[in-house]
Design a protein around this ligand. Sequence first.
Ligand code: OAD
Length: 251
Amino acid sequence: MTPSPMRAAAEAFRRAKRAIAVTGAGISAESGIPTFRDAGGIWEKYPPEEYASIGNYLAAPEKVWAFWRELAAGLADCRPNPGHLALAKLEAMGLLEAIITQNVDNLHQEAGSRRVIEYHGNARYLICLDCAATEPLPKDSFPERPPDCPRCRHLMKPGVVMFGEMIPVQAMIEAEALARGCDLCLIVGTSAQVFPAAGLPEVAKRQGACVIEVNIEPTDFTFDIVDYFLQGPAGTILSQVTSEIKSMSPP
Ligand code: OAD
């Protein structure tokens, strides 16, 4: 009898020697954080051509700061959900080597995941556009205006990667090496629209990795590179995957 996709995905995890996860906004949706491109998402209220690029920030820092300030404030009370916790559990069980996340919400770290590559930075700090000094952004006090660097007095920006900026070099090198070296790539809650992040599962697939996708709806990945598509909310599905793995005897 052919195993269900859930069972087959759990078996693939058990067999894998080097599994990685690539996550996007969908994994944090159940923590109350809106995604970017779904109906009612962030880019619907704040069009990316006005708010998302470094060019937008330099041209109108006050306007773009107000958007990122609202986003960072919205994250302050959010907590990891069962999806984040399941990935932390998989790492603790020795079944997940690392998470490459496009999210800037810090929730994987708060869930207990230890190796998290922040591909698009982190909204919990600021970075100086001149001297590159970083400053934490306290959860409970967000400056009203775009802040100046305490060291050199130049303009600071949120610690997130905006369109038109480079992916942090260390994150890019580490993510590429993980994608090339993995034998299982779990993709969770990303629309596969933003490169270079969306290229990482393709790199893994070309190296022969098994690709598992968790999403509430199919994406460009699903019909192209995915071996097992597990449809549903990440919290529910990832909890089921870990339970399924636990119910199996080791290979
Ligand atoms: P998107 O908003 O583009 O996609 C969110 C994905 O999550 C979609 O495929 C949804 O179907 C899926 N989804 C929604 N709720 C879900 C749930 N409960 N469980 C599982 N899946 C769910 O977000 P990203 O792909 O992360 O970049 O976007 C990538 C980048 O685009 C972001 O990092 C951001 C944005 O521009 C920057 O800001 C640099």
